[in-house]
Design a protein around this ligand. Structure first.
Ligand SMILES: O=C(O)[C@H](O)CO
Length: 304
């Protein structure tokens, strides 16, 4: 028996009235798989203990930073994700944010269309330098798109140089992230959130960027120190930012980032397309079926 859900798993569920508790216990005995969508439920020890037959948590999306992989694995439960389904839609949102920021589309949207903005100037991305931090599958898709826009491409990867990808898109590898930050007109973050990438971009890194540069984040909000970003945007340390992810999500209404003009913030919609959602579901279901049938798992996430 499999049960899939995409709601918040609320710890207080165990304190529900008796009838509901009994029903929950009956269900717990049967649950063998959990399919997670964007809602990022808290999967903690208490929940895992209450699901003794659980075999797999199938994450719909690539990032699993919201899951305690070691804890889950200690219960003999597998975690899977959907890396193939998300790369095109996430790369697209990166390009959309870069173009929207460069051409000031969001600001322009509020202008009366009959009003001629005489002093209106944006920037072209053609010929500009894009620095990609994290050349995984999404980073590579961003690079392919940037090549079509005739951009110069730099990239930095913490672990490995990607020579094949480099040649295919004419990208230049920067061993030091600092070099990429200093040379890029647009810097896009495409890394996983790990202890090593937490606040990867802080005051020092922002100060290394050009005052004319734009920071784009399509990875996780916590990769950027938000206080440092507010300061950099307020003081012209960098020109603009475009974020699909923030920390927390959503930002509180009075957050200083929401008061700035030189920023675009979208609500973590990188994979929110009809096509990606369908593919994520298909990939997740294939993962679940493989685990339950003891077959090779297409996309298992192994705790490091
Ligand atoms: O991790 C991902 O794939 C997206 O950010 C959706 O959560």
């Amino acid at each position: 028996v499999r049960l899939s859900f995409c709601g918040k798993v609320h710890p207080s569920a165990s304190a529900a009235p008796d009838g509901r508790t009994a029903r929950k216990e009956r269900l717990s005995e049967k649950i063998k798989s959990v399919l997670i969508y964007e809602c990022r439920p808290v999967i903690d020890r208490e929940l895992l203990q209450s699901l003794p037959h659980l075999k797999v948590i199938a994450n719909s999306g690539v990032g699993v930073d919201h899951l305690d992989l070691k804890l889950i694995s200690s219960f003999g439960v597998k975690v899977t994700n959907t890396p193939h389904a998300v790369s095109d839609s996430t790369a697209d949102i990166g390009m959309a944010l870069m173009l929207a920021s460069a051409r000031r589309l969001v600001e322009g949207n509020f202008l009366n269309s009959f009003h001629f903005a005489a002093d209106w100037l944006g920037d072209e991305v053609t010929g500009a330098t894009l620095g990609i931090i994290g050349m995984g599958s999404i980073g590579y898709k961003v690079a392919k798109r940037a090549k079509a826009f005739e951009m110069k491409i730099l990239y930095h990867n913490r672990n490995q140089r990607k020579e094949e990808e480099e040649q295919a898109v004419g990208a230049r590898y920067c061993e030091k992230m600092e070099d990429l930050l200093q040379q890029s007109d647009f810097v896009i973050l495409v890394v996983n959130l790990t202890p090593q990438t937490h606040k990867l971009i802080g005051k020092r890194e922002l100060e290394l960027m050009k005052p004319t540069a734009t920071l784009i984040n399509i990875s996780r909000g916590a990769v950027v120190d938000h206080d440092a970003l507010v300061e950099a945007l307020q003081n012209g340390i960098i020109k603009a930012a475009a974020l699909d992810v923030t920390n927390p999500e959503p930002l509180p209404r009075d957050h200083p980032l929401l008061k700035l003009k030189n920023i675009i913030i979208t609500p973590h919609i990188g994979t929110a397309t009809v096509q990606a959602t369908r593919m994520m579901t298909e990939e997740a279901v294939a993962n679940i079926q493989a685990v339950l049938n003891g077959l090779p798992i297409p996309s298992e996430v192994i705790p490091q």
